[in-house]
Design a protein. Structure first.
Length: 294
């Protein structure tokens, strides 16, 4: 794995042309916080943690996990599931992005990402549960078909079997095998799109009533759903948001937050982004046709 680099919110703000007047986050006793995040640039679960870190104005060390690095023994010693992200705080090793975000909210209560009122907190938790239960897998399906399938089909059979994503997750592995075989005709793709259309409808209803998903303030619900809607756009499935003005307005507001640049733009690899953009352009018409047929 690459050596860690210090990721300072102050330096990052300067790098993207945004001045920051906030001091670096510090522990209660005045000691500088030490957070180290093992992550991948395009991972939605990494993105949700980077968003939370940015919203809470925390400085952290970055360890970008390279392709294939999830099977590295040193990384598996930290995260036996072989997934990203993994957060190190002092002597604590934290895994599972949902729980990491909740930990950050409790350990560093400044810049809260949970509302004060009980019902608004309930609404936030419903959205975050939806991400964990259904949306993460739905986005995996679309990402595999659009971005990853062609690359895996180009591999020799033996290498492809060992390189399939989600090897430690039997559900994801079976889905990946089905998508390799069936591609755009796979029924699981239609199932995923139906889930995402249903989610877009629910988002439109919720955002017609409030500025953010938890109420008046940006919350962990917005963190999670932003990674989903942003990925849909990057995959060429943006037609799913057609005629949903409230969602479009929310997405525009979210993209203008400093945290968006810190969580997404700063980590974008230009070569990868160009390749993904070409694939998304090719996929857009197919996605639009499938969505219209649901």
């Amino acid at each position: 794995m690459s050596p860690p680099t210090i990721w300072s919110r102050r330096a990052a703000s300067s790098a993207i042309g945004c001045a920051s007047s906030s001091p670096p986050a510090r522990a209660v006793d005045g000691r500088r916080l030490m957070l180290r995040l093992h992550h991948m640039s395009e991972s939605t679960c990494s993105q949700r943690v980077r968003l939370a870190l940015a919203e809470k104005r925390l400085d952290w060390e970055s360890v970008l996990v390279p392709p294939g690095g999830l099977r590295d023994q040193a990384y598996l010693a930290l995260n036996p599931a072989g997934v990203v992200p993994t957060l190190i705080h002092q002597d604590h090793v934290l895994v599972e992005s949902r729980i990491i975000c909740e930990y950050l909210e409790e350990a560093f209560p400044a810049e809260p990402l949970m509302p004060l009122r009980a019902f608004e907190r309930y609404r936030v938790r419903r959205w975050t549960k939806l991400f964990d239960d259904k949306l993460h897998l739905a986005i995996f399906v679309l990402s595999f078909v659009c971005w990853m399938r062609a690359r895996y089909l180009a591999l020799p059979d033996a290498l492809r079997a060992s390189a399939l994503p989600g090897m430690t997750d039997p559900v994801k592995r079976r889905i990946a095998e089905n998508l390799l075989e069936r591609g755009w005709d796979a029924e699981i793709l239609r199932v995923a799109l139906r889930q995402l259309v249903s989610t877009a409808d629910a988002l439109e209803t919720a955002l017609a009533e409030s500025r953010w998903l938890g109420g008046d303030h940006f919350s962990l619900a917005d963190v999670d759903l932003l990674t989903v809607i942003q990925r849909l756009d990057e995959l060429g499935a943006g037609s799913l948001l057609d005629e949903r003005a409230a969602v479009a307005g929310w997405l525009d507001r979210s993209r203008h937050r400093l945290s968006f640049a810190l969580a997404f733009d700063t980590w974008r690899n230009e070569e990868t982004a160009r390749r993904h953009s070409l694939l998304a352009n090719e996929a857009a018409e197919r996605f639009a046709g499938l969505i219209a047929s649901l």
